[in-house]
Write a protein that binds this ligand. Sequence first.
Ligand code: 5AD
Ligand code: SF4
Length: 495
Amino acid sequence: MRRAAGSCAALCDSRGHAAEGEGGRQTGTMTQEPKQEAKKVFIKSYGCQMNVYDAHRMADVLAPEGFAETSAMEDADLVVLNTCHIREKAAEKVYSELGRVRAVKRERAAEGRDVQVVVAGCVAQAEGGEILRRNAGVDLVVGPQSYHRLPTLLAEARRTPGVVDTDFPAETKFDALPAASGERTLARGVSAFLTVQEGCDKFCTFCVVPYTRGAEASRPVGAIVAEAQRLAAAGVRELTLLGQNVNAYHGEAEEGGAASLAGLLRRLARIPGIERLRYTTSHPRDMAGPDGAWELVAAHRDIPELMPYLHLPVQSGSDAILEAMNRKHGRDEYLRIIDRVRAARPDIALSSDFIVGFPGESDVDFAGTMRLIEEVGFASSFSFKYSPRPGTPASELDGQVPEDVKSERLAALQALLDSQTKAFNAATLGRTVDVLLEKPGRHPGQLGGKSPYLQAVHIEDPAARVGDIVPVTITSLGSNSLAGVRAGTGYKASA
Ligand code: 5AD
Ligand code: SF4
């Protein structure tokens, strides 16, 4: 496998991108708009939050080319599958979706309309030209570092379909990607992702990210601040800083030298309008910081805007497995970090990723993971069966664990994690927490948002608006969300 660009962070669901089409909506007879119909792009993202961010940036680079987003593949002139390679299942999904895309392309061709098909993201990076060989009808394969070149690559693919760009260009895509309009930014929500770091140098033996997202690189503080200021001016109130190893962040500081993630968070907290900051995904080895000063842990104590939530993947609770995974830390080291974090911010919600059935994992190793979970107590977590990935060292290890054993262990682990999530949520019952209202609920007057601990919360409050941060007393627990009532008038109203 070539060393190239990936994506980490724990949200491993697939999400379509269905922004309201700006030029796609019917404008009526009063309009002075040109008669020519806007071209439409359908972007479907798989995998982590960074792919969600990347999809937005792809839409931003295509907007000046006349492309409006559509949520219906059938309406699109351009279909982009923004793929994930982290586990076999994620990668397979793309190939089955390509079957559907091919059928749509054929139907449109019969009507005399051309549909261009792009495979982007980590499968594109890892598999490159192989995608073209396996899938007639794909016009362009583009890796995550080349999105700024999309217009040029699409023009090239129009002349000669079958273009592949999985290079790691010398220039960074971030300098060349245009910003979304304020209106489009706000349509994406009051909570926004912002990529500050990409790539990974850790080389965990199970993971494709160092090959698909490339070497670790951090964006300069100035560029991040400028993007954050634009987002804030559009009405964004919460930023989640993204990076495969976000706490290894070491971008150029505004005053020169390198900034740490804690320094970056302190700077972003000063931006008017930004009320909440989060970051993901962190590596235990980088929690202490390069100088061992535990600045990031102190940031959780000292920065009010930094939400009390930490996603810190541990993967396993067995030292032998952690060693075989090349995680570069043991279980005790992880537990000591958690103690430090809790000492700084006692109410912090902790979350982690777990892999069960890594090669060589015995019942005793697995029991060690269960014990670690019991010792820590997680508010939420993501857990996966080990999936052998081509080209990674672990895929060649002896002692691959049978599928039924993986399934059994995953079920036991998830039952324990679920019970901890329920206990964490139950502990908020009767408490008053600030909720950032993110979207209207199912019925009139209902709004949904997030607590500081990233719990979904619903309130009934006809006076409240999306973007408000409201104190809410939690009154009941649902299966996936909490419900509450507004407590007093301590509003941080949206601008
Ligand atoms: N198999 C299963 N899970 C994996 N992850 C990464 N690679 C694999 C793999 N080969 C999980 C890890 C990581 C999360 C993003 O995905 O838990 O933290
Ligand atoms: Fe993958 Fe490990 Fe890097 Fe996370 S730290 S992206 S699991 S190699």
